[in-house]
Design a protein around this ligand. Structure first.
Ligand code: TXA
Ligand code: MG
Length: 316
């Protein structure tokens, strides 16, 4: 593939219209969401979808999330049962992705859904993501804006470092406020199951539904095809639950375990999630192995531990 000159766009109206014109012509534009930066392409366009997989070097069996402006638009593509309706009303716009059965004549590219009978849909709350979706007036497929298996991007700079020359443009909308990907819940008439922990905690979802949910985490029976064992991997390796690091390691601290960088000195898990990918990028650039302090496995700490465990697993 020939190299592109990736354009850095601002959030001004004129720049957003340029982003829309790239998208309408099947090109790729990375944009901020409240979770992480997404690598956007027209979800109805096969060649745009194929470009996303090529730019990320993503396996074709790993489907993309489709972003829409509203629940009203989302119901055009998928069936919402009562549980899905309840979750969409409670958490959209926001950091929740629903995996739902596709409707016939949905109009989405089969490359986006990896030919599955279901689709992952999210209505993001970030004002720039919303504005882009409204101006584009259609569904935008967007995985996280990073090479497959590498650390997700939470700033436009991360995107440029990773994907420059591979995509048409990136919209610089400052750092993401949540900093960790959406929680993915599959809802169909046979089950409601969390496929990926994320920005909204299991407890919060269970409180809304008033019942307990299964967290589907067995990599042997992958149901979220992207839930691969190794993901988010820094170059020089990473180990977990480390109170004091070796000399040759960078130490990522939490609370009282200081480290070279500290995810949250106050032990705030929300702050830790927000800093996680940015600090992993920063330490990864030093090309030294990373040792990470223990992080409590509660609330959004479950999503943090999920990402760290995958980051600690060497690629096969
Ligand atoms: O916060 C987020 O979710 C970000 C922003 C950009 O929206 N996106 C994101 O996309 O994290 P990605 O591609 O990095 O992760 C999407 C996950 C993958 O694990 C994929 O396998 C799963 O969603 N997924 C998408 N469609 C699915 C489907 N139909 N069935 C099961 N899993 C699905
Ligand atoms: Mg990703």
């Amino acid at each position: 593939m020939s190299e592109l000159k990736t354009k850095a766009l601002s959030t001004a109206h004129r720049d957003l219209m340029e982003a829309v014109s790239f998208l309408k012509n099947g090109h790729l534009v990375a944009f901020p969401t409240e979770t992480v930066y997404g690598l956007g392409g027209d979800a109805r366009n096969n060649s745009a979808a194929a470009r996303i997989f090529t730019a990320k070097n993503r396996p074709s069996f790993n489907p993309l999330i489709v972003h829409t402006t509203s629940i009203k638009e989302a119901v055009r593509y998928a069936y919402f049962n009562d549980v899905a309706k309840c979750l969409a009303m409670a958490f959209w716009p926001g950091a929740l992705t629903l995996v739902l059965p596709l409707r016939p004549k949905h109009g989405l590219s089969a490359i986006v859904t990896s030919h599955l009978p279901s689709v992952g849909i999210r209505v993001p709350s970030h004002p720039i993501a919303q504005s882009l979706l409204a101006k584009f007036d259609g569904p935008i497929a967007a995985p996280s804006a990073n090479h497959s298996g590498k650390i997700s991007s939470t700033t436009a700079e991360h995107v440029l470092n990773d994907l420059s020359g591979k995509i048409a443009a990136v919209i610089d909308g400052k750092a993401c406020t949540i900093g960790i990907e959406s929680t993915i819940v599959q809802c169909d008439n046979s089950q409601t199951v969390i496929l990926r922990p994320g920005g909204i905690s299991k407890n919060t979802i269970e409180t809304v539904l008033q019942r307990k949910l299964t967290h589907f985490s067995s990599p042997e029976t992958i149901s979220s095809p992207g839930q691969l064992r190794s993901h988010y991997a820094p170059c020089a390796g990473l180990r977990l639950n480390v109170y004091s690091a070796q000399k040759y390691e960078s130490h990522l601290g939490f609370a009282k375990i200081n480290g070279n960088l500290n995810l949250s000195r106050n032990g705030c898990l929300k702050e830790a999630a927000n800093n996680l990918f940015a600090y992993l990028h920063e330490l990864d650039a030093l090309r030294r192995p990373i040792a990470v302090a223990p992080i409590p496995k509660i609330g959004i700490g479950i999503a943090i531990n999920d990402r760290l465990t995958r980051a600690a697993t060497p690629a096969q």
